[in-house]
Design a protein. Structure first.
Length: 131
């Protein structure tokens, strides 16, 4: 199954088999990501690659980050535990913030990892997994 979904948000979503890929652009905000996750719930049953390479992480404030963490805590228990979410980033600042986010939501049901290489991210997402 393959599909492309576009919406008013600055996020391009494609679905292929059991993988959802969300690509953000330079205008994407944390609020956009939260809205996207609320409106598109396929991530509950699919592995997800968030391509955040174009996102401006220096514009993320603590209020937005706290809101995203709280939302992740609320919905993490609904997600299948065997599923994975990969964050693809392009610089050290984004890598550090994404690792911190992954660490903060580690006990919520989200299995996350941060990558600089799309190939490595896809390999991890496609690894055979259990429970």
């Amino acid at each position: 199954v393959t599909g492309v979904q576009t919406c008013a948000l600055p996020i391009l979503t494609t679905t292929k088999d059991d993988l959802i890929t969300n690509v953000v652009d330079v205008t994407t905000t944390i609020e956009d990501i939260e809205t996207h996750a609320r409106e598109n719930t396929a991530w509950l049953t699919h592995n997800v690659l968030w391509d955040l390479r174009a996102m401006n992480f220096k514009k993320i404030d603590s209020t937005a980050a706290k809101s995203l963490i709280e939302r992740s805590e609320e919905v993490g228990k609904l997600r299948q535990k065997s599923l994975r979410t990969a964050f693809l980033v392009g610089d050290d600042h984004a890598f550090a913030l994404s690792r911190m986010f992954g660490s903060l939501i580690d006990d919520t049901g989200f299995r996350t990892r941060v990558f600089r290489s799309k190939e490595d991210a896809l390999e991890w997402l496609r690894e055979k997994r259990s429970g």
